[in-house]
Design a protein around this ligand. Structure first.
Ligand code: SF4
Length: 303
């Protein structure tokens, strides 16, 4: 994304100063490879699929090899489902890998191997939701659209509305909130990524580092940090969940090139056999695991 010098006279409603935020972003942004010049819209789309509910560090361990191996939608579509699931590794939420493969197939087949640039068309692609569609339109095609993730919602809740947290999401309200803050000029995409970065690295959920914050005005700070109202957010656990069991079963299949017997799968989770059976059933239903004609099990799409 080329640098654009913002107009210092521009004052935004909601008291997020464009100039301060952009200057901070230039100084402090993380060096993430999907932000580099020359990264294509397809490769940005891949990063957005991977980053859904997944820490950046884990995506960094996979994304570079992935886009080297499959740099385009058509290259991804030409890979088998099993190859894609194997490369997804332990990134988690592996249904995303299936949706990404389907998305690649549609883009290669119906869009001339070019990621669409308008939000409405992006939203019709498999696995592409409200956030991802706008993130691609903004980060790949430099459009002035509100890009609203958890981090952005939190910064806006604090800096603009003076609340400790953002409460329940509302797509229309959240988009309207952020749209009102976007600069009118060509700095809007930069502003969007900077706002997201601020929430990810400074205005974090548990311990905002207000001493490092570039925002001269913050309604929550000015009000002396009133506590959150409403029920505390539930912390998602992983240990012992069906998600963990599904991951253990997939680990067995990823570790081998040939189908395995039911007994070989069963040893992956011995503590609760009903939970294991339920997890395996759900993997079969999701298409992440397939059963061969002789009754053995393999990664989806593998025979
Ligand atoms: S001053 Fe603190 S709470 Fe307000 S936006 Fe900055 S980091 Fe967040």
């Amino acid at each position: 994304m080329p640098d654009i010098v913002p107009d210092p006279r521009v004052k935004r409603p909601g008291h997020i100063a464009v100039t301060n935020l952009l200057a901070w972003y230039e100084r402090s942004r993380r060096d993430l490879p999907w932000r580099d010049a020359g990264v294509t819209a397809w490769q940005i789309l891949v990063s957005e699929f991977m980053l859904q509910q997944t820490p950046v560090a884990r995506v960094l361990s996979i994304w570079p090899d992935w886009v080297r191996r499959w740099p385009t939608a058509s290259a991804t579509a030409a890979a088998s489902t099993a190859e894609v699931l194997r490369a997804w590794g332990k990134l988690g939420y592996p249904r995303r890998a299936l949706r990404l493969h389907e998305c690649a197939t549609v883009i290669a087949r119906d869009h001339g191997d070019v990621v669409p640039s308008d939000v409405e068309t992006l939203l019709r692609l498999p696995g592409v939701g409200s956030y991802t569609a706008r993130a691609v339109a903004c980060f790949a095609y430099r459009q002035r659209v509100p890009v609203v993730d958890t981090n952005v919602r939190r910064v806006v809740a604090r800096a603009v509305h003076g609340r400790a947290d953002a409460g329940s999401p509302s797509v229309s309200r959240d988009h309207a909130d952020v749209a009102a803050l976007l600069p009118e000029d060509g700095t809007a995409p930069r502003f969007s990524v900077a706002l997201m970065e601020l929430g990810a690295t400074v205005c974090t959920a548990r311990a905002p580092r207000c001493g490092l914050c570039p925002l001269a005005e913050c309604a929550w700070r000015s009000a002396d940090y009133p506590p959150a109202v409403g029920p505390a957010r539930r912390v998602q656990r992983y240990a012992g969940t069906d998600r963990q069991v599904r991951g253990c079963l997939l680990d067995v299949l990823r570790a081998t090139d040939s189908p395995v017997t039911r007994a070989q799968l069963d040893v992956a989770w011995l503590s609760d056999t009903r939970q294991r059976d339920r997890a395996l059933d759900s993997l079969l239903v999701d298409g992440l695991v397939t059963q061969t004609v002789d009754g053995r099990f393999a990664l989806g799409g593998e025979r």
